[in-house]
Design a protein around this ligand. Sequence first.
Ligand SMILES: C[S@@+](CC[C@H](N)C(=O)[O-])C[C@H]1O[C@@H](n2cnc3c(N)ncnc32)[C@H](O)[C@@H]1O
Length: 462
Amino acid sequence: MIEISPLLSDPYFSRLKSLVIEVTGMAFYADKDNDLALIVSDRMSQCGVKGCALYLERLQADKGEMEALVAELTIGETYFFRHMEQFQALRQVVLPDILERNAGTRRLRIWSAGCATGPEPYTLAIMLKREFGARIEGWHVSILGTDINQKFLTRAREGRYDHWAFRATPEQILRECFEPVGKQWQIKPEYKSLVSFQYHNLTQNRFPSIVDNIAGFDIIICRNVVIYFSPETVADLVPRFHDTLVEGGWLVMGHAEPSMDLFRQFRTVTFPGAVLFQRQDASAFVEPARLAPAPLPPMPLPARPTPVRRPLPVTKPQPVAVPAATLDNPPLDHLRTLADQGRWDEALAACDQLLRHEVLDWRVHYLHALIQEQVGDAEACEAGLRRAIYLERRAVMAHYHLGLFLLRKDDADGARRSFRNVLTLLVDQPEDSVVDEGETLTAGQMRETVAMHMKLLGGSQA
Ligand SMILES: C[S@@+](CC[C@H](N)C(=O)[O-])C[C@H]1O[C@@H](n2cnc3c(N)ncnc32)[C@H](O)[C@@H]1O
């Protein structure tokens, strides 16, 4: 293995460090040269590269290596029912509030940002189903877990865990919600089916963005993630979380995280052992009486305090900075804005209006389809995507979303076909050219994303 000291005196080490921090947002590494050098030197010896300059070249040329480095830098410490007080606040006040407010639309959208291997979003699924099962019968519930670490995401999708992940989980929940598989525990399908996972880099991918499926959430939970970021990065993220919530939606951050000052836009609500933030909306305030200290929780408190562990950062292929694709079409822009803000009903009304005049514009059908998916109308979503493709065979984003849609429907062959269409359409596109209707998404990034889905599907990319 390469010794640490030569790496630290390598003239390109600081450039490597800047790249790591830029790509992951993990300013945590700014003063952890030894830790970083250890991780990097290990990766360098794995790929047989000597010196930071060559390794930098390798990182630029080989997205897989960047992914492997990110996987080593990131800290995935997580477990079920972590910080129980926050789950109690969600269970006793936040979820009843949202279920009441969404009774008309019968939709619930939750985002676990920085979900690691998945216990956080699965805990939410278990709590929802067990505590509110009857009330959400027939609802369109979606819990999305995102992370920058592809290895964590693969494990999250598997949903199988060692006993240690249940150190704060009541025994009864473990036995009733999981099946033993060897020495591990597999989450049961009725809970698993509520949760989906996707790659997302909080510091590099723009949000809110309906195109990325990151918009209009009722709850965002982002815990033990921003502790690794610089104060500037966090100050940039908090208003974006705000804009990614529907009015009256709730933000849950780690209990010892950013300064309260950053949450001025929100209403701060204190619960026993937890502080949550609600996006202000004159009509959405919870009555003060309902915020009174909750009765004693029936779920046990964490069995032991959260172990303090050395945090690790993550990296992911660095998106190319490109200008956003701009279309001079104000009504369409307005529609995108409504959709990004999760104002689904207004967005659908705007679609209907546009469709009266622009029936042959694939973009309107495409956006209409994405919105239909968010409001839970799978049939309309699929029909809309197919119509968009019928109108514009080269509509890469429509093929891509159709692939994702079919993947969720467990139609692996159909999904593979759609992803292959994407790759075929992009075959001559330069790496950094922007994909039409993909916002800032480049052809290179799209190829990489599709390749990842193909890999998970186990299909050939040819
Ligand atoms: C300590 S885990 C927290 C897991 C879970 N939220 C919890 O509290 O149990 C931190 C997670 O943040 C992810 N992460 C770090 N930087 C990120 C970024 N820029 N974008 C998205 N996720 C990131 C890591 O990969 C890791 O899985």
